[in-house]
Ligand binder design. Sequence first.
Ligand SMILES: [Zn+2]
Length: 406
Amino acid sequence: MDTPGSQSSLHRANLERVLRAVRMAGSLTQAEIARTTGLSAATVSNIVRELKEVGTVVVTPTSSGGRRARSVSLSADAGIVVGVDFGHSHLRVAVGNLAHRVLAEESEPIDTDASADQGFGRAETLVARLLEQTGFRTDKVIGVGLGVPGPIDGETGALGSTAILPGWTGIAPGRELSSRLGMPVYVDNDANLGALGELVWGAGRGLSDLAYIKVASGVGAGLVISGQIYRGPGGTAGEIGHITLDESGPVCRCGNRGCLETFVGSRHVLNLLASSHGSDLTLSRVVQLAQRGDLGCRRVLADVGRQIGTGVANLCNLLNPRRVILGGDLAEAGDLVLDPIRESVARYAIPSAARQLSVVPGTLGGRAEVLGALALVMSEMGDSGALPATEGRDSQRSVAVVPSGR
Ligand SMILES: [Zn+2]
Protein backbone atom coordinates (compact mmCIF):
# COMPACT_ATOMS: atom_id res chain seq x y z
CA MET A 1 0.00 0.00 0.00
CA ASP A 2 1.10 3.54 -0.73
CA THR A 3 1.67 5.70 2.27
CA PRO A 4 1.53 9.46 1.84
CA GLY A 5 5.03 10.77 1.18
CA SER A 6 6.33 7.44 -0.10
CA GLN A 7 8.23 7.37 -3.38
CA SER A 8 5.38 5.71 -5.28
CA SER A 9 2.65 8.00 -3.99
CA LEU A 10 4.77 11.00 -4.94
CA HIS A 11 5.24 9.53 -8.40
CA ARG A 12 1.49 8.96 -8.73
CA ALA A 13 0.74 12.52 -7.63
CA ASN A 14 3.15 13.81 -10.29
CA LEU A 15 1.52 11.62 -12.95
CA GLU A 16 -1.86 13.04 -12.02
CA ARG A 17 -0.57 16.62 -12.19
CA VAL A 18 0.79 16.05 -15.68
CA LEU A 19 -2.39 14.33 -16.88
CA ARG A 20 -4.64 17.04 -15.47
CA ALA A 21 -2.59 19.81 -17.10
CA VAL A 22 -2.74 18.10 -20.50
CA ARG A 23 -6.42 17.28 -20.15
CA MET A 24 -7.43 20.86 -19.37
CA ALA A 25 -5.27 22.38 -22.13
CA GLY A 26 -6.00 19.86 -24.90
CA SER A 27 -2.33 19.63 -25.81
CA LEU A 28 0.89 21.03 -24.34
CA THR A 29 4.57 20.86 -25.16
CA GLN A 30 6.78 19.23 -22.54
CA ALA A 31 8.19 22.65 -21.64
CA GLU A 32 4.64 23.96 -21.11
CA ILE A 33 3.81 20.96 -18.92
CA ALA A 34 6.87 21.72 -16.79
CA ARG A 35 5.81 25.37 -16.48
CA THR A 36 2.18 24.53 -15.65
CA THR A 37 2.93 21.80 -13.09
CA GLY A 38 6.13 23.19 -11.60
CA LEU A 39 7.85 19.82 -12.19
CA SER A 40 11.38 19.59 -13.56
CA ALA A 41 11.94 18.97 -17.28
CA ALA A 42 13.50 15.57 -16.51
CA THR A 43 10.55 14.45 -14.39
CA VAL A 44 8.08 15.55 -17.08
CA SER A 45 10.07 13.75 -19.74
CA ASN A 46 10.06 10.48 -17.73
CA ILE A 47 6.35 10.72 -16.97
CA VAL A 48 5.43 11.46 -20.59
CA ARG A 49 7.48 8.45 -21.72
CA GLU A 50 5.68 6.24 -19.20
CA LEU A 51 2.21 7.51 -20.20
CA LYS A 52 3.07 7.08 -23.87
CA GLU A 53 4.11 3.46 -23.33
CA VAL A 54 0.74 2.55 -21.83
CA GLY A 55 -1.13 4.41 -24.59
CA THR A 56 -2.60 7.14 -22.40
CA VAL A 57 -0.98 10.03 -24.31
CA VAL A 58 0.26 10.59 -27.83
CA VAL A 59 3.34 12.65 -28.61
CA THR A 60 3.63 14.49 -31.93
CA PRO A 61 6.44 16.72 -33.23
CA THR A 62 5.61 20.43 -33.33
CA SER A 63 7.44 23.73 -33.11
CA SER A 64 7.38 26.24 -30.30
CA GLY A 65 8.89 29.71 -30.80
CA GLY A 66 10.73 28.45 -33.90
CA ARG A 67 12.27 25.52 -32.04
CA ARG A 68 11.43 21.86 -32.38
CA ALA A 69 9.23 20.60 -29.59
CA ARG A 70 7.05 17.63 -28.70
CA SER A 71 3.33 18.17 -28.26
CA VAL A 72 1.59 15.91 -25.75
CA SER A 73 -2.14 15.20 -25.87
CA LEU A 74 -4.48 12.57 -24.50
CA SER A 75 -5.00 9.58 -26.75
CA ALA A 76 -8.30 9.89 -28.68
CA ASP A 77 -9.43 6.47 -27.45
CA ALA A 78 -8.53 7.13 -23.79
CA GLY A 79 -12.25 7.56 -23.15
CA ILE A 80 -15.07 9.93 -23.93
CA VAL A 81 -17.04 12.49 -21.98
CA VAL A 82 -20.64 13.64 -22.29
CA GLY A 83 -22.08 17.10 -21.59
CA VAL A 84 -25.77 17.78 -20.90
CA ASP A 85 -27.04 21.35 -20.49
CA PHE A 86 -30.55 22.36 -19.45
CA GLY A 87 -31.04 26.03 -20.35
CA HIS A 88 -34.02 28.37 -20.23
CA SER A 89 -35.61 26.92 -23.35
CA HIS A 90 -33.32 24.20 -24.62
CA LEU A 91 -31.65 20.92 -23.87
CA ARG A 92 -28.20 20.57 -25.41
CA VAL A 93 -26.01 17.45 -25.42
CA ALA A 94 -22.43 17.00 -26.64
CA VAL A 95 -20.04 14.04 -26.78
CA GLY A 96 -16.29 14.68 -26.89
CA ASN A 97 -13.00 12.88 -26.40
CA LEU A 98 -10.18 13.74 -24.01
CA ALA A 99 -8.19 15.28 -26.88
CA HIS A 100 -10.78 18.11 -26.89
CA ARG A 101 -12.59 17.03 -30.03
CA VAL A 102 -16.36 17.39 -30.06
CA LEU A 103 -17.62 14.26 -31.82
CA ALA A 104 -21.36 14.95 -31.81
CA GLU A 105 -23.60 17.73 -30.57
CA GLU A 106 -27.30 18.45 -30.75
CA SER A 107 -29.83 20.70 -29.10
CA GLU A 108 -33.60 20.66 -28.94
CA PRO A 109 -36.18 23.02 -27.47
CA ILE A 110 -37.58 22.24 -24.04
CA ASP A 111 -40.67 23.66 -22.40
CA THR A 112 -39.93 25.50 -19.13
CA ASP A 113 -43.05 23.84 -17.72
CA ALA A 114 -41.67 20.37 -18.44
CA SER A 115 -41.38 18.18 -15.36
CA ALA A 116 -37.95 17.00 -14.25
CA ASP A 117 -39.01 13.47 -15.20
CA GLN A 118 -39.79 14.53 -18.78
CA GLY A 119 -36.57 16.55 -18.97
CA PHE A 120 -34.33 13.68 -17.85
CA GLY A 121 -36.19 11.28 -20.14
CA ARG A 122 -35.39 13.56 -23.10
CA ALA A 123 -31.75 13.82 -22.00
CA GLU A 124 -31.45 10.03 -21.73
CA THR A 125 -32.78 9.56 -25.28
CA LEU A 126 -30.52 12.26 -26.73
CA VAL A 127 -27.38 10.91 -24.98
CA ALA A 128 -28.12 7.40 -26.30
CA ARG A 129 -28.63 8.73 -29.84
CA LEU A 130 -25.38 10.76 -29.87
CA LEU A 131 -23.35 7.87 -28.41
CA GLU A 132 -24.68 5.66 -31.19
CA GLN A 133 -23.69 8.29 -33.79
CA THR A 134 -20.12 8.36 -32.50
CA GLY A 135 -19.92 4.56 -32.41
CA PHE A 136 -18.67 4.41 -28.81
CA ARG A 137 -19.98 1.89 -26.30
CA THR A 138 -21.37 3.27 -23.07
CA ASP A 139 -18.54 1.69 -21.06
CA LYS A 140 -16.14 4.11 -22.82
CA VAL A 141 -17.88 7.06 -21.12
CA ILE A 142 -15.72 8.41 -18.29
CA GLY A 143 -18.38 10.74 -16.97
CA VAL A 144 -21.25 13.07 -17.74
CA GLY A 145 -21.19 16.79 -16.94
CA LEU A 146 -24.62 18.25 -16.23
CA GLY A 147 -25.52 21.95 -16.28
CA VAL A 148 -28.64 23.30 -14.59
CA PRO A 149 -29.86 26.91 -14.49
CA GLY A 150 -29.85 27.31 -10.71
CA PRO A 151 -27.78 26.84 -7.57
CA ILE A 152 -26.83 23.32 -6.44
CA ASP A 153 -26.64 22.66 -2.70
CA GLY A 154 -23.12 21.48 -1.96
CA GLU A 155 -24.25 18.93 0.63
CA THR A 156 -27.45 17.42 -0.69
CA GLY A 157 -26.90 17.98 -4.42
CA ALA A 158 -30.43 19.44 -4.60
CA LEU A 159 -31.36 22.21 -7.01
CA GLY A 160 -32.27 25.41 -5.18
CA SER A 161 -35.01 27.81 -6.20
CA THR A 162 -34.77 28.71 -9.86
CA ALA A 163 -36.94 30.98 -11.97
CA ILE A 164 -36.23 28.95 -15.09
CA LEU A 165 -37.37 25.40 -14.32
CA PRO A 166 -39.68 26.07 -11.37
CA GLY A 167 -40.97 22.49 -11.11
CA TRP A 168 -37.45 21.14 -10.53
CA THR A 169 -36.72 22.84 -7.19
CA GLY A 170 -35.59 20.35 -4.52
CA ILE A 171 -34.69 17.61 -7.01
CA ALA A 172 -31.11 16.27 -7.01
CA PRO A 173 -30.47 16.40 -10.77
CA GLY A 174 -27.07 14.65 -10.66
CA ARG A 175 -28.39 11.60 -8.80
CA GLU A 176 -31.46 11.48 -11.03
CA LEU A 177 -29.51 11.48 -14.30
CA SER A 178 -26.83 9.15 -12.94
CA SER A 179 -29.36 6.48 -12.03
CA ARG A 180 -30.98 6.71 -15.46
CA LEU A 181 -27.73 6.56 -17.44
CA GLY A 182 -25.74 4.28 -15.11
CA MET A 183 -22.78 6.68 -15.46
CA PRO A 184 -20.99 9.03 -13.05
CA VAL A 185 -22.55 12.49 -13.29
CA TYR A 186 -20.91 15.75 -12.24
CA VAL A 187 -23.30 18.68 -11.87
CA ASP A 188 -22.85 22.44 -11.69
CA ASN A 189 -24.75 25.65 -12.38
CA ASP A 190 -24.77 27.36 -15.77
CA ALA A 191 -22.51 30.30 -14.84
CA ASN A 192 -19.73 28.00 -13.58
CA LEU A 193 -20.01 25.82 -16.69
CA GLY A 194 -19.96 28.89 -18.95
CA ALA A 195 -16.72 29.94 -17.21
CA LEU A 196 -15.18 26.47 -17.67
CA GLY A 197 -16.33 26.34 -21.30
CA GLU A 198 -14.74 29.69 -22.16
CA LEU A 199 -11.61 28.79 -20.13
CA VAL A 200 -10.98 25.53 -21.97
CA TRP A 201 -12.47 26.17 -25.44
CA GLY A 202 -13.17 29.90 -25.86
CA ALA A 203 -12.27 33.47 -24.90
CA GLY A 204 -10.38 32.44 -21.74
CA ARG A 205 -7.94 29.93 -23.23
CA GLY A 206 -4.49 30.10 -21.72
CA LEU A 207 -5.62 32.18 -18.72
CA SER A 208 -5.86 31.09 -15.11
CA ASP A 209 -7.87 33.95 -13.57
CA LEU A 210 -11.14 35.08 -15.09
CA ALA A 211 -14.80 35.75 -14.43
CA TYR A 212 -17.65 34.76 -16.73
CA ILE A 213 -20.78 36.85 -16.33
CA LYS A 214 -24.07 35.57 -17.60
CA VAL A 215 -27.00 37.94 -17.86
CA ALA A 216 -30.38 36.38 -18.57
CA SER A 217 -33.45 36.43 -16.31
CA GLY A 218 -30.94 36.09 -13.48
CA VAL A 219 -27.39 37.42 -13.29
CA GLY A 220 -24.56 35.16 -12.16
CA ALA A 221 -20.80 34.88 -12.41
CA GLY A 222 -18.53 31.87 -12.71
CA LEU A 223 -15.14 32.57 -11.08
CA VAL A 224 -11.92 30.88 -12.13
CA ILE A 225 -9.08 31.45 -9.67
CA SER A 226 -5.66 29.89 -10.34
CA GLY A 227 -7.17 27.66 -13.01
CA GLN A 228 -9.95 26.25 -10.80
CA ILE A 229 -13.63 27.14 -10.43
CA TYR A 230 -14.12 28.84 -7.07
CA ARG A 231 -17.47 27.79 -5.57
CA GLY A 232 -17.15 28.66 -1.88
CA PRO A 233 -18.15 26.24 0.90
CA GLY A 234 -21.89 26.55 0.16
CA GLY A 235 -21.62 26.67 -3.62
CA THR A 236 -22.91 30.24 -3.86
CA ALA A 237 -19.74 32.12 -4.83
CA GLY A 238 -20.25 34.40 -7.81
CA GLU A 239 -23.77 35.65 -7.01
CA ILE A 240 -22.89 39.01 -8.50
CA GLY A 241 -26.55 39.66 -9.35
CA HIS A 242 -27.23 40.36 -5.68
CA ILE A 243 -24.71 43.14 -5.16
CA THR A 244 -26.69 46.09 -3.76
CA LEU A 245 -26.84 49.07 -6.13
CA ASP A 246 -29.70 50.98 -4.51
CA GLU A 247 -30.80 50.31 -0.94
CA SER A 248 -34.25 51.74 -1.61
CA GLY A 249 -34.59 50.18 -5.07
CA PRO A 250 -37.09 47.52 -6.19
CA VAL A 251 -37.49 44.35 -4.09
CA CYS A 252 -35.43 41.47 -5.50
CA ARG A 253 -36.46 37.79 -5.54
CA CYS A 254 -33.75 37.24 -2.88
CA GLY A 255 -35.68 39.52 -0.48
CA ASN A 256 -33.19 42.37 -0.61
CA ARG A 257 -33.74 45.69 -2.37
CA GLY A 258 -32.05 47.25 -5.37
CA CYS A 259 -29.83 44.27 -6.30
CA LEU A 260 -27.95 44.48 -9.62
CA GLU A 261 -30.33 41.84 -10.99
CA THR A 262 -33.36 44.10 -10.46
CA PHE A 263 -31.76 46.61 -12.87
CA VAL A 264 -30.22 44.38 -15.54
CA GLY A 265 -32.14 41.06 -15.44
CA SER A 266 -34.07 40.45 -18.68
CA ARG A 267 -37.48 40.99 -17.06
CA HIS A 268 -36.54 44.48 -15.91
CA VAL A 269 -34.98 45.36 -19.28
CA LEU A 270 -38.08 44.23 -21.18
CA ASN A 271 -40.36 46.10 -18.75
CA LEU A 272 -38.46 49.32 -19.42
CA LEU A 273 -39.27 48.99 -23.13
CA ALA A 274 -42.83 47.66 -22.79
CA SER A 275 -44.66 50.97 -23.14
CA SER A 276 -42.60 52.16 -26.12
CA HIS A 277 -41.84 48.87 -27.92
CA GLY A 278 -44.64 46.51 -26.90
CA SER A 279 -44.76 43.60 -24.52
CA ASP A 280 -43.67 40.72 -26.78
CA LEU A 281 -39.95 41.65 -26.93
CA THR A 282 -37.13 39.27 -26.09
CA LEU A 283 -33.62 40.20 -24.99
CA SER A 284 -32.10 39.04 -28.28
CA ARG A 285 -34.67 41.13 -30.19
CA VAL A 286 -33.67 44.20 -28.13
CA VAL A 287 -30.05 43.55 -29.10
CA GLN A 288 -31.02 43.25 -32.77
CA LEU A 289 -33.01 46.49 -32.71
CA ALA A 290 -30.16 48.32 -30.97
CA GLN A 291 -27.73 47.15 -33.63
CA ARG A 292 -30.05 48.57 -36.29
CA GLY A 293 -29.94 51.94 -34.54
CA ASP A 294 -33.11 51.89 -32.39
CA LEU A 295 -32.43 54.72 -29.92
CA GLY A 296 -34.56 53.42 -27.04
CA CYS A 297 -32.95 49.96 -27.17
CA ARG A 298 -29.47 51.50 -27.41
CA ARG A 299 -30.13 53.68 -24.39
CA VAL A 300 -31.39 50.73 -22.34
CA LEU A 301 -28.37 48.57 -23.27
CA ALA A 302 -25.99 51.41 -22.38
CA ASP A 303 -27.65 51.76 -18.95
CA VAL A 304 -27.50 48.00 -18.42
CA GLY A 305 -23.81 48.02 -19.35
CA ARG A 306 -23.03 50.81 -16.89
CA GLN A 307 -24.80 48.94 -14.09
CA ILE A 308 -23.13 45.62 -14.86
CA GLY A 309 -19.88 47.59 -14.94
CA THR A 310 -20.40 48.66 -11.32
CA GLY A 311 -20.63 44.98 -10.36
CA VAL A 312 -17.59 44.15 -12.48
CA ALA A 313 -15.61 46.96 -10.81
CA ASN A 314 -16.37 45.45 -7.38
CA LEU A 315 -15.37 42.03 -8.62
CA CYS A 316 -12.20 43.48 -10.09
CA ASN A 317 -11.23 45.09 -6.77
CA LEU A 318 -11.82 41.84 -4.86
CA LEU A 319 -10.38 39.23 -7.20
CA ASN A 320 -8.20 41.06 -9.75
CA PRO A 321 -9.13 38.79 -12.70
CA ARG A 322 -7.21 39.08 -15.96
CA ARG A 323 -10.35 38.94 -18.08
CA VAL A 324 -14.11 39.31 -17.68
CA ILE A 325 -16.09 37.41 -20.30
CA LEU A 326 -19.68 38.39 -20.96
CA GLY A 327 -21.95 35.49 -21.97
CA GLY A 328 -25.64 34.99 -22.65
CA ASP A 329 -27.81 36.93 -25.11
CA LEU A 330 -26.32 40.29 -24.09
CA ALA A 331 -22.88 39.31 -25.41
CA GLU A 332 -24.31 39.60 -28.93
CA ALA A 333 -24.63 43.35 -28.39
CA GLY A 334 -20.83 43.64 -28.48
CA ASP A 335 -19.47 47.12 -27.79
CA LEU A 336 -22.98 48.58 -27.35
CA VAL A 337 -22.92 46.96 -23.92
CA LEU A 338 -19.18 46.27 -23.43
CA ASP A 339 -18.05 49.91 -23.78
CA PRO A 340 -20.33 51.13 -20.96
CA ILE A 341 -19.07 48.20 -18.82
CA ARG A 342 -15.47 49.28 -19.52
CA GLU A 343 -16.31 52.91 -18.68
CA SER A 344 -17.78 51.90 -15.31
CA VAL A 345 -14.75 49.73 -14.56
CA ALA A 346 -12.43 52.63 -15.40
CA ARG A 347 -14.46 54.88 -13.11
CA TYR A 348 -15.00 52.63 -10.09
CA ALA A 349 -12.23 50.04 -9.96
CA ILE A 350 -8.77 50.54 -8.45
CA PRO A 351 -6.65 51.80 -11.41
CA SER A 352 -3.99 49.08 -11.13
CA ALA A 353 -6.63 46.31 -11.16
CA ALA A 354 -8.62 47.98 -13.97
CA ARG A 355 -5.50 48.36 -16.16
CA GLN A 356 -4.86 44.61 -16.14
CA LEU A 357 -8.45 43.72 -16.98
CA SER A 358 -9.94 43.15 -20.41
CA VAL A 359 -13.71 42.89 -20.86
CA VAL A 360 -14.65 40.74 -23.86
CA PRO A 361 -17.66 38.87 -25.25
CA GLY A 362 -17.71 35.08 -25.00
CA THR A 363 -16.82 33.28 -28.22
CA LEU A 364 -18.92 30.16 -27.67
CA GLY A 365 -22.41 31.70 -27.61
CA GLY A 366 -25.08 29.21 -26.56
CA ARG A 367 -22.56 26.34 -26.58
CA ALA A 368 -20.52 27.67 -23.63
CA GLU A 369 -22.39 25.65 -21.00
CA VAL A 370 -22.46 22.30 -22.78
CA LEU A 371 -18.76 22.57 -23.63
CA GLY A 372 -18.19 23.60 -20.01
CA ALA A 373 -20.01 20.41 -18.99
CA LEU A 374 -17.44 18.38 -20.98
CA ALA A 375 -14.66 20.37 -19.31
CA LEU A 376 -16.23 19.78 -15.87
CA VAL A 377 -15.76 16.02 -16.29
CA MET A 378 -12.17 16.56 -17.45
CA SER A 379 -11.52 18.76 -14.45
CA GLU A 380 -13.15 16.52 -11.82
CA MET A 381 -12.70 13.00 -13.14
CA GLY A 382 -9.50 12.06 -11.32
CA ASP A 383 -7.10 9.80 -13.12
CA SER A 384 -7.96 6.26 -12.04
CA GLY A 385 -9.06 5.21 -15.53
CA ALA A 386 -6.14 6.75 -17.37
CA LEU A 387 -3.19 5.70 -15.24
CA PRO A 388 -1.12 2.55 -15.38
CA ALA A 389 -2.54 0.14 -12.78
CA THR A 390 -0.70 -0.28 -9.51
CA GLU A 391 -1.13 -2.90 -6.87
CA GLY A 392 -4.05 -2.45 -4.52
CA ARG A 393 -5.80 0.07 -6.72
CA ASP A 394 -9.46 -0.46 -7.28
CA SER A 395 -9.93 -0.72 -11.00
CA GLN A 396 -13.71 -0.77 -10.75
CA ARG A 397 -15.32 2.52 -11.63
CA SER A 398 -18.19 3.37 -9.35
CA VAL A 399 -21.18 5.48 -10.15
CA ALA A 400 -20.54 8.68 -8.25
CA VAL A 401 -22.48 11.88 -8.16
CA VAL A 402 -20.35 14.88 -7.46
CA PRO A 403 -22.33 17.99 -6.67
CA SER A 404 -20.72 21.37 -6.99
CA GLY A 405 -19.71 23.42 -4.02
CA ARG A 406 -17.35 21.04 -2.38
ZN1 LIG B 1 -31.16 40.05 -4.88
